[in-house]
Write a protein that binds this ligand. Structure first.
Ligand code: TYM
Length: 384
């Protein structure tokens, strides 16, 4: 979606995103209070992400929950385009998906789109770059703790050949005008990119049950096409749960993006770098001097450290409430708020990297040897 104020496409997010307008224009639905309560009861520790509407919109989430309650179940699908090191916004999707897996006991398909990132001209990545980042990103994804027997990592350049008959069935139903309308493709777009949507749709058809896709809302255009064609192929329309974008350090506009390293925190940033980025770069809603801040208070709505706590790093509602009120009243200073966030981020990254180191020997399980991976490699896609 593009207008003069903001842009949200799978390849670009800029400006101040109007999420209500996205819901209207994408034709998705806000998560209603009733639906949120149903989900929160199941989610436990991650329920704050729904309660605070970080995950705010959906397609057919109610139907996925009904399938779960009726015993038919559903499966999860999410992914990553390996274009560089992952940042906190990316990994938040995988922590959320892992929690969904734990709570619903579902299979999870994780697509690593090394093909997409090679084809995206403006990234200027060589084929070997995408292979390198695929290896690196997979370790970060596995550090979130997915179940090796219920999780399959689809690295596109490896799995596309095996699943080609199903990809062809998808591709045959998508015409150029549709991709032009949905993605804004033009005569300049390379034919690899024109074909690529068939590949991102593939994992949503790997089971004859409903697929629920957690992702930020930038990926929704693919699901719109999926929902046009899935039933005609004998599958379910994909359900989706959409999140907002974790903002960059520099302000509550745009999304945290790999292409602007100083505005993002990467999973491999060391403590010193985290401290420096937050202190120097994080946009503050505080006043110019301590005296003014004490007198007038800060604005948590525009303050990026507060927003990061709200959106990911502080699950405890009461603690968050106190931080908000202390900041607003001027009791809590900008430097102190930044320090709270810095400690949280450093602690999170230490734990994450410990688990990442342990994941090094497990990649094969998720790509080939675990129960779900084996099943996928044994599937005869010609006969589907
Ligand atoms: P990619 O690598 O751009 O993004 C990976 C995931 O991170 C989400 N995301 C964010 N979430 C919160 N805050 C941010 N600032 C932020 N930036 C990105 C994305 O929405 C995504 O969930 N084409 C996809 C790969 C893919 C995929 C999928 C993603 C293939 N199949 C299914 C989600 C679901 C891509 O390049 O994602």
């Amino acid at each position: 979606m593009t207008d003069k104020k903001f842009v949200v496409t799978p390849w670009e997010v800029t400006g101040r995103v109007d999420y209500d307008r996205l819901v209207r224009e994408f034709g998705t639905q806000h998560i209603s209070p009733e639906l949120a309560t149903r989900l929160e009861e199941i989610l436990g520790p991650a329920s704050y992400l729904v309660r605070r509407r970080i995950f705010f919109s959906h397609r057919d989430l109610d139907l996925a929950l009904r399938d779960y309650e009726k015993g038919r179940g559903f499966f999860l699908y999410t992914g990553r385009g390996p274009s560089g090191p992952m940042h906190i916004g990316h990994i938040s999707q995988f922590y959320f998906t892992k929690l969904l897996q734990d709570k619903f006991k579902t299979n999870v398909y994780i697509q690593i789109t090394d093909d997409e990132k090679f084809l995206e001209v403006k990234r200027n990545l060589s084929y070997m770059d995408t292979q390198h980042w695929a290896e690196e990103n997979m370790l970060d994804i596995l550090a979130t703790g997915f179940d090796p027997d219920r999780t399959f990592i689809i690295q596109d350049t490896e799995f596309v050949g095996h699943s080609y008959p199903l990809i062809l069935k998808i591709a045959k139903r998508i015409n150029y005008n549709l991709t032009k309308a949905v993605f804004g493709f033009t005569g300049e777009t390379n034919v690899g990119m024109l074909f690529y949507p068939s590949i991102q749709i593939l994992p949503s058809l790997l089971e004859k049950r409903r697929c629920l896709i957690p992702a930020a809302i930038d990926q929704d255009p693919y699901w719109r096409i999926q929902r046009d064609i899935a039933e005609g192929l004998g599958y379910f329309k994909a359900a989706a749960i959409h999140s907002k974008f974790l903002p960059p350090l520099t302000g509550t506009q745009d999304k945290m993006s790999s292409s602007k390293p100083e505005t993002a925190i990467y999973l491999n940033d060391d403590d010193k770098t985290v401290r420096r980025k937050i202190n120097k770069r994080a946009f503050s809603g505080g006043q110019a001097t301590v005296e003014e801040h004490r007198r007038l208070g800060g604005n948590p709505d525009t303050d990026v450290p507060f927003q990061w706590l709200y959106m990911f790093f502080e699950p405890d509602d009461q603690k968050l409430h106190k931080i908000r009120e202390d900041y607003r009243s001027g009791r809590l200073l900008t430097g102190e708020l930044k320090e709270i966030l810095t400690e949280k981020v450093i602690g999170f990254l230490h734990e994450h990297r410990k688990r990442r180191d342990e994941a090094v020997n497990k990649v094969r399980l998720f790509k080939h040897d675990g129960a779900l991976s084996q099943k996928m490699w044994k599937t005869d896609f010609e006969k589907l």
